[in-house]
Every structure is written in C-alpha cells, then in structure tokens.
Design a protein around this ligand. Structure first.
Ligand SMILES: [Mn+2]
Length: 356
C-alpha cells in the first residue's frame, strides 16, 4: 500500500509544505514496509524514503513512487532531509509530535531551518479511516485470532493456571497464522477477572469462575482485538445476569454506530443500559478504541469523543462490568463504521459459554 498521493492531499488540507514521518507506524502507513529505522519526507513534489544500509535493498526493490536515499555516518538523516527541504523551499514542516523524543526534536529543530508544525492529529484523522484493503486485512486478522481461540477453548480445565492457559492460547494464535500478537493476551479468572487489564498469574482457574480472555493477532501489518468471557464448569444466576447485561449493552452500542454519530453517543448507548441495570459504577472504561496498524489508535467511543465519526473508522466494542474481588465480564468485537450502520468484523459467537 502506497499512500503518497493521499499524504500529499493532507499537505494541501493542512497548509503544510512538507510532512516528516519519523515513527515506525507512520512510515509503514506511508510506504507499506516496516523498518526499524528511517524517515519519510512528503513534499508537494514527491516522497523520499530515507533508510540505512540494512534496509536499502528491500526499500529499493519494494517501494514504488518514493525516491529511496541511503543515510550513513557521513550522510546522516538530518543533513539528507535538510538538503531536500531547502531544494523544495519548505517553510512549514508537519511532524509527529506525539512520538518524537525531545532529544530528536531538539536535534532536528536546530538542524532544519523550518517551522515545525504538529501534525499528529491530522495524520491520525486520516489513518483512522480505513480503505478496502485495510478492512480486508483486519477482517482476516480477526478470522485468524478466532481460529486460534476456538482451538484453545477445549484445552481449558479447572485447575490449570491463567499463565498456563495464556501459553496455550498464544501457541494456538500462532498456529492459526498470526504474524505477531497485537499484545500479550490477557487471561484472568475469578476475582482477577474484575481487573480489566489484570496480569495472568499462578492462581489455578477454578470451577465456577468467570474467565476473561482478551487477545489479538497482527496479520499483514494490521491488528485484531477480541475479548470473550466464559464460565468454567458452572455459572450462578447473578453471573448469568451480569453477562446478559454486558452483552445487551454491547449490542446497543453497536446498533447506535453509524457514520455521523459521535463516539460519545455510541458509548452512551451502552453505558446508559448498564447504569439502568444498576452497574454504572462498575463500567469504568470507554466503550471502544480505534485500531489498525496499532491495537490502540487515538479516538473511538468514549464520553470524551464529541466529533462525528466518518465511515471507514474501525473501533472496538467492548463494554464490561467488573465487581471488585468477585468477578468480571467483558465482551469485545471489532466494528467498522459504515454510512448505514456498523459492519462487525468479528464472527465469534457471544452467547454465554460454559467450558471445562
Ligand atoms: Mn480492545
């Protein structure tokens, strides 16, 4: 995927002469290749990919549309970019202020005689709208994660530790075709499941526990993210009631999602239902976050998201109820906003499953 012309359009919209991409993620977004080092400069005239000896062959072979320039000790990034900026008579340079270190910023701003303009938000507004290729990769990532999860499910036994189950789940995710994991899976049971992002520990999973598994894979550069809570052996009426509330809240939020609706409204649809059922104090995080090349990208559905979402935004739908010291439930799908509603990229069933 090559987004040179799309990023040149961003220059136009933001009244920038050029854009300097320094983060690994933004370089990938611009060029479709991952490198551990490099910079991408976008000007109105074209794009240049700067990298070092380790990546130069791959970059020359695989990058179309961009000029490729090698940097080294005698021709460092700052000098190479500086020359290009002078040639293109750049006055305003957009940069990624949220990921650049202060050291890098000081070095660049001393070396380059341009105005540095924060461009992180504009870049993210563009990145959050996914094209058909990105949506296809994300849907395939969900499928891979689901296949792995379904292979791990029958391995769950009362008496095994959260840590042991996490190891099985990781193995199954890779066997199902994951390139990488979006994050180390969260596997928490019983009272630990009341901590939304608890760490898998050495406590054995017990009969009667709720068990929450939050997992994701990376497929061709794009992340999946899924959470399911299952009951081990048995579930009390209260557990079933709480599960049902979370599931209805999730469906309510997804039903509220469509282009033009704010993240706040989507969140509120789910949050209000949970509050009406008396558990408002136990849903302490947002309904969902954007994701794509990164598993957490800026924006999503939470009380602070007050601008309307455009079609193509992909976000998680993951309400939860967490009762401290007792149990927790979270159900997470990933949805893509469309003009008329939301397309659910997740195909896993959501009815309460009793396993083990
Ligand atoms: Mn998530």
């Amino acid at each position: 995927m090559n987004r040179l012309s799309s990023l040149q359009a961003l220059l136009e919209e933001e009244s920038l002469d050029a854009l300097l991409l320094t983060s690994r993620v933004a370089r990938y977004y611009a060029t479709g290749i991952f490198t551990s080092a490099g910079m991408v400069l976008i000007t109105r005239q074209g794009g240049v990919f700067y990298t070092d000896f380790r990546y130069i062959e791959a970059a020359r072979a695989r990058l179309s549309g961009y000029a490729v320039e090698m940097t080294d000790h005698t021709h460092p990034y700052r000098e190479a970019v500086g020359k290009a900026l002078a040639r293109a008579r750049v006055k305003t340079l957009g940069f990624e202020q949220d990921t650049m270190t202060l050291t890098e910023y000081h070095a660049l701003s001393r070396a380059l005689s341009v105005d540095f303009v924060p461009a992180h938000e504009a870049l993210h507004r563009r990145r959050r709208v996914k094209d058909a290729e990105e949506l296809a990769r994300m849907e395939e990532a969900q499928r891979i994660a689901e296949r792995g999860f379904l292979k791990a499910l029958p391995l769950i036994r009362a008496g095994m530790t959260e840590r042991a189950l996490r190891a099985e789940l990781i193995a199954q995710l890779y066997k199902a075709g994951a390139d990488h994991l979006s994050f180390d899976p969260i596997v928490v049971a019983g009272p630990s499941a009341a901590q939304p992002h608890g760490e898998a520990g050495d406590r054995p999973i017990a009969r009667g526990d709720f068990l929450t598994m939050d997992f994701g894979v990376v497929h061709r550069g794009y992340c999946s993210d899924t959470t399911r809570t299952v009951a081990v052996g048995a579930a009390t009426d209260e557990m079933r009631r709480v599960y049902d509330i979370v599931l209805r809240a999730q469906r309510r939020g997804i039903e509220a999602a469509r282009a033009g609706v704010t993240g706040r409204a989507i969140d509120a649809a789910a949050r209000d239902l949970i509050a009406e059922e008396g558990y408002g104090a136990y849903f302490g995080h947002g309904f969902g976050h954007c994701l794509g090349i990164e598993v957490h990208e800026p924006g999503g559905a939470s009380p602070s998201e007050e601008s309307p979402l455009p079609a193509g935004v992909v976000l998680s739908a993951e309400p939860g109820i967490y009762l401290p010291g007792r149990f927790g439930v979270r159900i997470e799908d990933v949805i893509a906003i469309t003009e008329t509603g939301a397309h659910n990229l997740t195909a896993l069933p959501k009815d309460l499953l009793v396993v083990g």
